[in-house]
Design a protein around this ligand. Structure first.
Ligand SMILES: [Zn+2]
Length: 323
């Protein structure tokens, strides 16, 4: 209800109540209603900016927690990346070196995920960048872990073959020569016993009486048995796999046949003087991918470091080969 309004009457010196018209009263009501509507509207619009509702406060708290958790996850991802990098380093520099394998190329290790924009939906979100960065890191980590695991599979396969390789590669002397008194001529340019000129000697000669036992120097399969009048004379070649072959020449007796599997140390025949040979001796060759190499580097199962040094010294002497 509107309060009554009074006016001063200077003639009677009294206050008299003013009588309002209906129009005034209606206008008064309209003003009140308008004021109410305007204040309500302003409150409705401004209130949320000044004071949070309980629901907004709850959401803000949750959001803050999520951001903190994401920071925590990000740090853990960074730690995992360091662990993985250490594994890669060890893989390339230790395991792959041991097994003589090429390091995994960096381009393969850092290969991208490619394809469609996987993070498009996240870009719309507030804090979306945080989630995108973490997702990208995790994707890269997963990819690297996968490549690392493939690399280890390869290393395991190499390790399994390594045992076989160790059994097969020529690694002992082809005849018993504990005192190193039998080595007569080594690998390199030597004077040929018949032609008396310098000629490449593609193996090592061991002097020994006819009938001395000759050993296979590694596991393998006999790939050649020949009985020639000249050259290598009666000779045997063993294929050890992995590109390695060994050749035993000028034999007096051959105990093996082509295709036969032999073990390291097995007697494959006896020393003789067949073919182009000036005296009973064994001419021994090691070949890698059919290229003769110096056998002096393939006695590591037999020789102590001191014996190896002595052998290198003997091998460096200018001698005439027995061919
Ligand atoms: Zn020789």
């Amino acid at each position: 209800m509107a309060k009554p309004r009074y006016s001063f009457n200077p003639q009677s010196l009294t206050f008299t109540e003013e009588q309002r018209s209906r129009k005034d009263k209606a206008w008064l009501v309209v003003r009140y209603v308008l004021a109410f509507v305007i204040i309500s509207a302003i409150s409705y619009l401004v209130f949320p900016f000044v004071i949070d509702t309980p629901e907004v406060r709850k959401l803000k708290r949750e959001n803050q927690k999520l951001v903190e958790n994401f920071d925590h996850i990000n740090r853990r991802v960074d730690n995992l990346r360091l662990v993985l990098e250490d594994l890669q380093h060890r893989d390339d520099n230790i395991y792959r070196t041991i097994f003589e394998a090429e390091p995994v190329p960096t381009t393969v290790r850092n290969v991208g995920m490619g394809g469609v924009d996987r993070y498009e939906q996240l870009e719309q979100m507030e804090n979306g960048q945080l989630i995108i960065e973490t997702s990208q890191k995790l994707d890269a980590l997963a990819q690297k872990a996968y490549i690392q695991s493939r690399s280890f599979d390869e290393i395991i396969a190499l390790a399994q073959r390594k045992e076989e390789l160790v059994r097969c590669v020529p690694a002992i002397m082809p005849i018993s020569d504990r005192n190193l008194t039998r080595m007569a001529s080594s690998f390199g340019m030597r004077i040929h016993p018949f032609y008396k000129v310098l000629k490449m000697h593609t193996g090592m000669d061991f002097t020994a009486p006819t009938g001395t036992e000759i050993y296979a120097t590694g596991d393998g399969e006999v790939c050649r048995v020949e009985q020639q009048q000249r050259g290598y004379g009666h000779n045997v070649m063993i294929d050890h796999g992995f590109g390695y072959k060994s050749l035993y020449a000028h034999m007096s007796k051959i105990n093996v046949r082509p295709g036969q599997k032999v073990k390291r140390g097995q007697v494959i025949g006896l020393v003789g003087n067949t073919g182009t040979s000036v005296a009973p001796h064994l001419h021994y060759e090691v070949r890698i991918n059919d290229q003769p190499v110096d056998p002096v580097n393939y006695y590591y199962n037999d020789l102590t470091p001191e014996q190896y040094d002595r052998m290198i010294e003997l091998a460096s002497m200018p001698t005439q080969s027995f061919d």
